[in-house]
Write a protein that binds this ligand. Structure first.
Ligand code: G3P
Length: 217
């Protein structure tokens, strides 16, 4: 399973990259705003800064919601850096844009996916990644992980190569469950990724080993 970090924070991206487990980064307009990155030029520069830290795909989202606008913006984003993946919302013109980019060899990430039908359409249009938002489904009392399971089944039925990128991952167990269900990628905050490290028996076991070593030396 690939690990992406879901942030526009350069320090956190660097930390995950230094850990040696990072395969990519996802961003969205809200995450950019959270870091105080505003204005088209600053946003574009920030994408390049992210690409220069991470060795992998970096999702950059279009703002346009019409086909022509998405194509224009997406081509400009893709021209920024070879690692850029154009992130397109799951709307009618978005599907047309995904098909356009797929036909032109530009990678896409279809975002804001909340149903298996949407995921099927994204794969049919040739999306490189599909992003089901599992945490936001959980927020409205709907099982987000079940969506990962259903998409996996449908994609495997037909051999779709679109990668299931579990997004809106809120905690460590989401990551573990996505791995069990066969998600191709998770994108998560650094805290959720670092949660995978933790176990009290590791800590107490290490403390005992170190104490015992000291006794004999
Ligand atoms: O990857 C999508 C993500 O950024 C949305 O997460 O926590 O705002 O639902 P969240």
């Amino acid at each position: 399973m690939k690990f992406f970090i879901d942030t526009a924070n350069l320090a956190q991206i660097k930390e995950a990259q230094d850990l040696g487990i990072l395969d990519g980064v996802t961003t969205n307009p809200s995450l950019m705003a959270k870091e105080g990155i505003t204005g088209t030029n600053n946003i574009l520069k920030h994408y390049v800064a992210i690409c220069n830290i991470v060795d992998g795909d970096v999702s950059a989202e279009v703002i346009a919601t019409d086909f022509e606008g998405m194509v224009r913006e997406g081509e400009a984003l893709a021209d920024l850096h070879p690692q850029i993946v154009v992130k397109i919302p799951m709307i009618k013109d978005g599907i047309k844009a995904i098909k356009y980019f797929s036909d032109h060899g530009i990678k896409t990430n279809c975002t804001l996916v909340f149903s298996v039908g949407q995921a099927l359409l994204a794969a049919k249009a040739g999306a490189s990644y599909v992003s089901p938002f599992i945490g936001r489904l959980d927020d409205v009392c709907t099982d987000g992980l079940n969506l990962i399971d259903e998409i996996r089944l449908v994609y495997d039925n037909y051999g779709y190569e679109t990668e299931i990128l579990a997004a809106s991952v809120r905690h460590t167990m989401h990551i573990v469950e996505c791995a069990k269900l066969g998600a191709d990628v998770i994108t998560a905050p650094l805290s959720a990724i670092e949660g995978l490290l933790k176990h009290p028996l590791t800590d107490s076991g290490l403390a005992t080993f170190l104490a015992d070593y000291k006794k004999g030396n």
